[in-house]
Design a protein around this ligand. Structure first.
Ligand SMILES: CC(C)(COP(=O)(O)OP(=O)(O)OC[C@H]1O[C@@H](n2cnc3c(N)ncnc32)[C@H](O)[C@@H]1OP(=O)(O)O)[C@@H](O)C(=O)NCCC(=O)NCCS
Length: 162
């Protein structure tokens, strides 16, 4: 049984653990290891204090996925927000990413955001398919966006107007 909840402080260590596992896969998200717990907690707290869009998927009391949108800080760009998400490997392909994304999109609308943006590696076929399913459109292709261990990753810039 998976529950989707609004993020809260009690689950920060478990969220940090999930972030760390996905980061260490090295192929899906920007970071290759999670920042220290205190730093991650501070970013999450900041978003929660603004009632920003940030949700966790729980299996029991364990965070197995997350999705958040961080509004841009510059007031001339704060109508836009950047999306990040991840699901633990053994929980993928079960509809959890879709549930989280649905929640975050609804929340982002009521929060007053006008647009959600993200960058996704072209090699990340599942994520690109998920975003397209939810109405994100490709806005650009950034070639050789990332270089890791001598390997280049192109990325798509995608956006969805709310
Ligand atoms: C991308 C990710 C978030 C998707 O979450 P998920 O829970 O596995 O996705 P869902 O089960 O809800 O599937 C949603 C859609 O994603 C796509 N998808 C999921 N798995 C897929 C696969 N193996 N191949 C192709 N498309 C796939 C499909 O469009 C699917 O919709 P459908 O079931 O109607 O066909 C998850 O795979 C993940 O965490 N990946 C690693 C981290 C990551 O890539 N984060 C995003 C970085 S931009």
């Amino acid at each position: 049984m998976i529950k989707i909840i609004y993020a809260n402080e009690k689950h920060f260590p478990s969220f940090h653990q999930a972030l760390s596992i996905v980061a260490k896969e090295r192929v899906y998200i920007e970071m290759i290891e999670a920042p220290p717990l205190e730093k991650v907690a501070s970013f999450q707290k900041d978003l929660i204090s603004k009632n920003g869009p940030v949700y966790y998927a729980l299996s029991g009391d364990k965070v197995v996925g997350w999705c958040d949108v961080f509004p841009e800080e510059n007031p001339r760009q704060s109508h836009r927000g950047g999306l990040g998400m991840g699901i633990l490997p053994e929980f993928r392909g079960q509809g959890i990413g879709s549930q989280l994304l649905q929640k975050v999109i609804e929340h982002a609308k009521t929060f007053g955001l006008e647009k959600i943006e993200l960058n996704v590696y072209t090699s990340n076929v599942s994520a690109v398919a998920l975003y397209k399913k939810f109405g994100f459109e490709q806005e650009g292709l950034i070639r050789k966006y990332r270089k890791l261990d001598g390997q280049y990753f192109d990325c798509l810039a995608m956006g969805k107007f709310l």
